[in-house]
Design a protein around this ligand. Structure first.
Ligand code: ADP
Ligand code: ZN
Ligand code: ZN
Length: 736
């Protein structure tokens, strides 16, 4: 392909949800991959030249390009876009939109009124004010526009207006000069790898030196120093003039990590995530495009920066489900990184202490190479992990008031065995983490007399009582409602069943009144900054007991944390999807990895009614490999991923009859398949979300089946009515 001349008819891909390319007449010479300005139905777009035109129309009937820009996407990445589109079943234009998602990327920066955040210590820190402060902090306290503040802090225009009025937000100027990023790094040589780390680093270095595609699984226990190994690899690729992407889950972009990066490379990283101002996004995007910014630490969307010469991608915590994007197109960033590397020819490093089954299968088949780190850096020992049998050590009720005549005692969730361990730990001046993966106070609000349960009127799920809000909250759509005094159906008394984080906090307060307690969940942690505040309080010893959801499971290094208690280790064991055991194992294993990272040894206690359950046994034995082997054998027998393939179709409609009719029509048009089958339609597990009704089909086939073209052909046979949404999810993780 290569070069086109002025006057040539070329196909231009437009970044929108349906596009596969339109023909235009070039007004200047342009290489394949060049960005061009064009109009579609009189609207301006920036698109990409993807090849010669093929509409067959007379040249004079074909619109000219408006402008040929002097930047481009490398040709190999155009192939990546097409292959990614074919795999995910997203139209190529939708994939291009993931890349071209930066406002004003090619034009002059927008002129907008900017504001600074004025902290007045006398003013009370409300939740909104804190969220706005955090939004500024995540952008180095640079001035921000009103729309940035709204988008990043998730506050309304009214809140922003009020804060401008009361002086919390001070108008600064129009478009301050954008922040200059430090682009030049050097190896400070401050780190000496131990023998295992050095062996892993040198294997990756060889692959970088050789060039070409390869995938490594950096398989290291928590605290083994995986970060320093991939820093080493990053440096080698960077030094060769290539670009390096270090991808991680949002929650792992901690200050601790930034510090370590800066110590190793002499300057802080350029960070890419969803909470950046429009100006920063533009600046980073353009810097990557020009090739000035060649190393970025970012979340899954960083894979879609306009990389010019990508030479290495690291996917840290590769098992993490946050790499799967589920709205705005379905893709798995880890898999798409591997696909990209295969086409462009460079190495990928996947790092984890609990690799995903998909990855382990590729290791077993010899497609990925495993590099093992088997000991904690500096000789810290792994924690001792035990179960507490709740049938024997029965939780003791508690009262929230010391006045015994006050309220009736409440059911407890903390067993005497766990409470003893907590007391001992606190007496030793050490810290405790309690893990419960459920937000709020109580998940079920129910009438004791007639059985009525409080449910969201727009979604078919129960509402959770949140003490912090003093209201019930729908976890699907966010709707809140007051807690009824009595049952709306029969007037009977209402009780709260089950335990969330807030209820455990109440029990801890009653049983350990002197302990300083902090709660960590997505309700209290609205940004990385708010998580950092807790982390630094943990480090300085201002917290004795931290109670949290899985947010706490990752990345942090608390030297004085010696006891981790999983309040309900059974919670994930009996899920309805085939990854339930794997995910429970990963979660508990990661949580356990928080304990004993300093000099004092750690201890992990799992409360359960099923102490003989194989998942829990495997965790106690620290035997990840045996556990994964048996889990994967079961999945192989059932032809489930990674040994089989699945595509989910989620069909949503506002009118139940239209939805059912359409699903029936699809069913009737279903092809007869060999070695694959189509299941459904069934009502989705959550049948209603935000007033849309939901049905599902599941298409399953063997590991080598080519399901995508079959599904595409099938759906195309039935006309999709207006107000019906069809969502295609290749390799689904979520089965709700
Ligand atoms: P992992 O990501 O494997 O859980 P980390 O990379 O967080 O482990 O390393 C655990 C701790 O050990 C960190 O504080 C890290 O800075 C330190 N560490 C690891 N390797 C080295 C090394 N070679 N030299 C100095 N410190 C190291
Ligand atoms: Zn009732
Ligand atoms: Zn709802």
């Amino acid at each position: 392909m290569g070069m086109f001349n002025a006057g040539d008819i070329v196909k231009v891909l437009i970044p929108n949800a349906v596009n596969t390319g339109y023909d235009y007449r070039l007004t200047a010479n342009a290489p394949t991959g060049a960005f061009v300005r064009v109009t579609v139905m009189n609207r301006p777009y920036v698109g990409v030249v993807i090849g010669p035109g093929d509409s067959g129309l007379a040249p004079e009937k074909i619109k000219p390009t408006t402008e040929v820009l002097d930047s481009k996407i490398p040709e190999c990445d155009l192939i990546w876009i097409q292959k990614m589109a074919a795999w995910t079943m997203m139209p190529p234009g939708a994939v291009l939109r993931l890349i071209l998602n930066v406002p004003d990327a090619f034009g002059a920066p927008r002129m907008e009124q900017l504001y600074t955040f004025e902290s007045a210590p006398a003013v009370r820190m409300t939740d909104n004010r804190q969220a706005v402060a955090d939004a500024f902090a995540s952008n180095d306290n640079e001035p921000m526009s009103a729309s940035d503040i709204q988008n990043i802090a998730h506050v309304s225009a009214a809140v922003v207006r009020a804060m401008i009025k009361n002086g919390t937000l001070a108008p600064r100027d129009f478009r301050a000069p954008p922040k200059q990023f430090v682009y030049d790094y050097h190896d400070t040589q401050t780190v000496t790898l131990n023998a295992e780390q050095a062996a892993a680093a040198s294997a990756i270095a060889d692959a970088i030196g050789r060039g070409g595609f390869s995938v490594f699984l950096l398989d290291g226990i928590t605290g083994s120093g995986k970060t320093q190994v991939y820093f080493d690899a990053a440096w080698r690729a960077y030094k060769r003039g290539e670009s390096v992407l270090l991808m991680m889950p949002e929650i792992a972009l901690t200050a601790q990590f930034m510090d370590r990066f800066a110590k190793r490379f002499g300057a802080p990283p350029v960070v890419w995530h969803s909470n950046l101002t429009a100006a920063r996004r533009r600046e980073i995007w353009r810097g990557v495009m020009r090739g000035d910014i060649r190393m970025v630490v970012g979340t899954r969307s960083a894979l879609f920066l306009p990389w010019q010469r990508l030479g290495l991608v690291v996917v840290d915590e590769e098992h993490d489900t946050s790499y799967k994007q589920e709205d705005m197109g379905n893709y798995h960033a880890r898999d798409m990184a591997v696909l990209r590397a295969k086409i462009a020819g460079f190495p990928v490093v996947l790092a984890s202490a609990t690799p995903a089954a998909e990855t382990l299968k590729n290791v077993n088949q010899g497609k990925y190479r495993r590099l093992s780190l088997t000991s904690r850096f500096g000789g810290a020992s792994l924690p001792e992990i035990q179960t507490i049998d709740l049938r024997e050590s029965r939780p003791v009720p508690y009262r929230i008031s010391t006045d015994a005549t006050d309220a009736a005692p409440r059911n407890g969730y903390l067993s005497p065995a766990l409470c003893d361990a907590i007391s001992q730990t606190l007496r030793a001046g050490q810290q405790v983490m309690l893990f419960i993966n459920r937000r709020g106070f109580a998940p079920i609000v129910q009438c004791q007399k007639c059985g009525w349960v409080a449910a969201c009127p727009d979604c078919s799920v129960g509402m959770t009582y949140h003490k912090r809000l003093s209201r019930m909250l729908c976890h699907m759509c966010g709707r809140t409602a007051p807690l009824p005094d009595v049952c709306p159906d029969c007037g009977g008394a209402v009780t709260m069943r089950g335990a969330g984080l807030e209820k455990i906090a109440e029990e801890v307060g009653a049983k350990f009144p002197a302990a300083r307690v902090a709660l960590v969940s997505s309700d209290t942690i609205s940004s990385r900054q708010s998580l950092e505040r807790i982390v630094s309080k943990m480090e300085s010893g201002e917290i004795d007991i931290v109670i949290g959801t899985q947010i706490l499971a990752k990345g942090h290094h608390f030297p004085n944390l010696t006891l981790v208690g999983a309040v309900d280790a059974d919670m994930g064991l009996f899920g309805t999807d085939f990854r339930a055991a794997e995910h429970t194992f990963q979660q508990l294993f990661q949580v356990a990895g928080r304990a004993g990272r300093g000099t004092a040894p750690g201890r992990v206690l799992l409360q359960t009614y099923q102490p003989m359950h194989p998942v829990l046994n495997a965790i106690c034995a620290g035997d990840r490999d045996a556990f994964m082997a048996s889990d994967m054998a079961a999945r192989r027998a059932a032809a489930m991923p990674p040994y089989g393939q699945l595509i989910a179709l989620v069909i949503e409609g506002q009118k139940e009859t239209t939805l059912r009719d359409y699903c029936d029509a699809l069913r009737a048009a279903a092809p007869v398949l060999h070695g694959a089958k189509i299941m459904g339609p069934i009502a989705a597990q959550v049948y209603q979300v935000r007033n849309w009704y939901r049905m599902r089909f599941l298409i399953s086939g063997g590991a080598t089946a080519q399901l995508q073209p079959v599904v595409a052909h099938w759906i195309a046979k039935v006309r999709t009515p207006a107000n019906i949404r069809v969502k295609i999810d290749v390799n689904p993780i979520n089965f709700m």
